[in-house]
Design a binder for this molecule. Sequence first.
Ligand code: OFO
Length: 171
Amino acid sequence: MLKKVMSEKLNNQINHEAFSAYLYYSMSAYFESINLKGFANWMTMQAQEEIAHTHRLFTYINDKGDRVLLRALEEPQRDWDSPLACIEDAYNHECFISECINECVTLALQENDHATNAMLQWFVSEQVEEEANADDLVQKLKLIGDNSSGLYMLDAELGKRTFDPAAEAGQ
Ligand code: OFO
């Protein structure tokens, strides 16, 4: 059984992860609207990862014999001034999620909840990768600047991203 305070925190994190998926789908729709289909694919894969993260927490709360309580999702932003502005927002969002995960870990340690702490360590490592991936794209877009053939080549590269459900499920 989870302590009430921990259960509330993890339910709140489910909302953050589900919103992350919603936000990345919104970013994917934005990229589709400006005909950057590779960027759109990258964001769709990112959204699917976030659904997998949501599912991890959902399963953990159930496995602990607690109750998942879903809350309303905020409406995500729909448009950005440029691909760079959009990817910078994705990077900043991942930094925010890292802080949220850190808060969950801090609470688990305060509450002597070693099982929850162990479960959360996967998210701690994942966030290092999530921030690095988004930052890598920010840096590439800054290098490309106004060079449209550079943007076209990056779009082609991002179109190759796939989603591995087994990796996200820890299999
Ligand atoms: Fe983007 O890692 Fe979950 O939220």
